[in-house]
Design a protein around this ligand. Structure first.
Ligand code: AMP
Ligand code: MN
Ligand code: MN
Ligand code: MN
Length: 289
């Protein structure tokens, strides 16, 4: 058995439908797949229709911690939880306002039509990735990377600061929805080792349950450092591809480094909430590729 506990559909900034994700996960031998769209939960999955694998309802919430932008993933969340939906609807509205402000700035620079072009997408949760695609399609940037550098990053020409909720409200909303709260890709934040350690401590103090330590392109030493921090702070470990797009080469569903065998006891499938849902997931492999 094989788990991929982080990926995106076209309801946020992924490129593909739920059906596509299920198909690809199945083809890649994944048995447990969490769909974790940005600030959006899918309605309860019809598990009878999806027999090939276990689909887990998740979410990835953008939030703020001492002016640092963090992503917190919720696993096994109840999508009907009112407190969670209140937060997500507010985040979605803020995303829309941010993108509308970028549209205004782009129009002033002679690149009109962003918001109009986005209405053609299935996305409920808008993101800068959509703006990057628009800029490439409009011929304003050669690649998405360049669009982020020239236009959308902190120093970009149409940068608009985000207005995310606090780390504490993200964790609380996930818990209100009976979910497991985990810090996404801790090694991708601009932090040195000392500050990373403070972040993990702060995350635990906020009630966080787990941290991701197995995802594409993570350095072996970062993975080891994260596992040690998880041990120190009694946090579980999670693993996921952060898959967005079959056209991107750097990741695929189910393709990322494994949780080290020595750390398997900390894997998130041993968390009481997971065990309550699925029982002991006997033989869930620590190998993901
Ligand atoms: P947002 O949540 O609107 O700030 O958009 C962030 C999303 O854009 C992330 O979830 C990534 O999918 C994507 N992203 C962020 N930075 C880059 C980058 N430098 N190049 C390509 N995609 C990026
Ligand atoms: Mn994304
Ligand atoms: Mn993320
Ligand atoms: Mn993600």
């Amino acid at each position: 058995m094989k788990a991929d506990l982080h990926c995106h559909s076209h309801l946020s900034d992924g490129k593909h439908s739920l059906e596509f994700l299920v198909q690809r996960a199945t083809a890649n031998g994944v048995t447990h797949l969490a769909i974790t769209d940005h600030d959006y939960t899918h309605p309860t999955f019809d598990t009878e229709a999806i027999q090939a694998l276990t689909l887990i309802n998740g979410v990835e919430i953008s939030c703020d911690w001492h002016n640092l932008e963090l992503h917190v993933v919720g696993l096994l969340v109840d999508p009907e939880c009112a407190a969670l939906q209140r937060l997500l609807v507010s985040q979605q509205a803020k995303r829309r306002e941010r993108i509308a402000a970028m549209d205004e700035l782009l129009s002033q620079r002679g690149i009109p039509g962003l918001m109009r072009s986005l209405t053609e997408l299935p996305a409920v949760s808008l993101s800068r990735s959509h703006v990057a695609d628009f800029l490439v399609a409009a011929g304003a940037s050669k690649t998405r990377q360049k669009a982020f550098k020239q236009f959308l990053g902190k120093q970009g020409k149409v940068a608009v600061a985000p207005q995310w909720c606090s780390l504490q409200s993200a964790v609380d909303a996930i818990h209100a929805a009976s979910g497991i709260a985990l810090l996404a890709h801790p090694g991708r934040y601009p932090l040195n080792r000392r500050r990373l350690s403070l972040l993990i401590e702060g995350f635990k103090a906020s009630g966080g349950d787990a941290i991701e330590c197995a995802y594409p392109n993570i350095a072996a030493e970062t993975q080891q450092a994260l596992a040690a921090l998880a041990r120190d702070h009694q946090l579980y470990l999670s693993a996921g591809s952060d898959f967005h797009d079959a056209g991107a080469r750097w990741t695929d569903i189910g393709k990322f480094p494994s949780i080290a065998a020595a750390d398997e006891a900390l894997a998130v499938w041993h968390h009481p909430r997971w065990v309550r849902e699925f029982g002991q997931t006997a033989g869930l492999s620590v190998r993901s590729d």
